[in-house]
Design a protein around this ligand. Structure first.
Ligand SMILES: O=c1[nH]c(=O)c2[nH]c(=O)[nH]c2[nH]1
Length: 287
């Protein structure tokens, strides 16, 4: 048996950077969580402990803050590309950079006062092999919590000896959407693209008369691809947040889908990809 070093990467995870743009009395806020992961000629550091090829993760963290000061923070895809390209272009030992960014939204509550809005998080995942190499941008969101109080059925499923679920033609459909979408290029109008993709997800969730969460998932991905030409692949992960109508007959009451028990776990987890089959595959874009 030969023992060898396999794939590896390293970087500073979860640098929390807040940038304030001061426009007189009126301030603008960007609140990010930036995770950097670099790879390249890293055999020596693993095999012998020679650090000559290693850009310290501490320097990577500092770069995030310095770039926020130098370039400001616009769209997170843009900031991610700036960072990823910098590491690969400036360090010969670094061949590949992966930058993952979460953006937390703040709602304006005054000229320099903000309220953290919802739990939804905007995301970007950027890969760069440097000038002339491959690059990819995947945008997305997590924790977009949505609920339809009707317009959802689930019946016609397999019944085996362990099946107790009753078919239903009217149930609550609720989920917390995690969606990621791959762009065809690296120069989209990121902000507008994000708003359009998000709107499409919501429109399709609300507008689909659902026979299963799987069917709703496919419609959501389809709608994004149909409306957003800059996007070629959508990956969705949606927990089925079960709401069970409570049996109130012990108390002499009926319950015509009015009172539900919102179960926490277990939950069905429905995941799927919707894509333009002509788009080039980019497995590395998602890793
Ligand atoms: O939309 C659904 N899809 C399923 O696969 C499933 N399984 C289940 O028990 N309930 C549901 N609902």
């Amino acid at each position: 048996m030969a023992i060898v070093l396999g794939p590896n990467r390293y970087g500073k995870a979860e640098t929390r950077v807040v940038h304030v743009t001061r426009d007189g009395e009126t301030h603008h806020l960007k609140d990010l969580n930036v995770s950097i992961s670099l790879s390249g000629e890293m055999d020596e550091v693993h095999l012998t402990g020679d650090n000559a090829a290693v850009l310290p993760t501490d320097s990577q963290k500092n770069t995030v803050f310095a770039f926020a000061r130098k370039h400001g923070i616009g769209e997170i895809e843009e900031f991610g590309l700036l960072l990823a390209r910098h590491f690969v272009a400036s360090q010969p030992t670094i061949r590949h950079a992966r930058v993952e960014i979460e953006e937390y939204a703040w709602e304006r509550h005054g000229p320099h006062s903000f309220v953290r809005s919802g739990q939804e998080v905007r995301t970007a995942l950027v890969h760069s092999d440097g000038p002339g190499g491959q690059e990819s941008v995947v945008s997305g969101l997590t924790d977009l919590v949505v609920l339809n109080s009707t317009g959802s059925e689930f019946h016609g499923f397999i019944r085996d000896e362990y099946t107790t679920l009753e078919p239903t033609d009217d149930r609550i459909l609720a989920t917390a959407v995690t969606a990621r979408w791959r762009h065809r290029g690296t120069d989209a109008a990121w902000g507008r693209s994000y708003e359009r993709a998000r709107r499409c997800l919501l429109e399709a969730f609300a507008g689909t008369h659902s026979l299963s969460l799987q069917q709703t998932l496919y419609q959501m991905g389809r709608h994004v691809l149909a409306e957003c030409g800059e996007i070629c692949e959508v990956r969705l992960s949606m927990p089925n947040r079960h709401h069970f109508a409570v049996d109130l007959t012990p108390f002499g009451m009926d319950n015509d889908n009015e009172v539900f028990f919102a179960a926490d776990r277990p939950y069905g987890l429905i995941e799927g990809t919707v894509l333009d089959d002509a788009a080039p595959a980019a497995p590395r874009a998602w890793s």
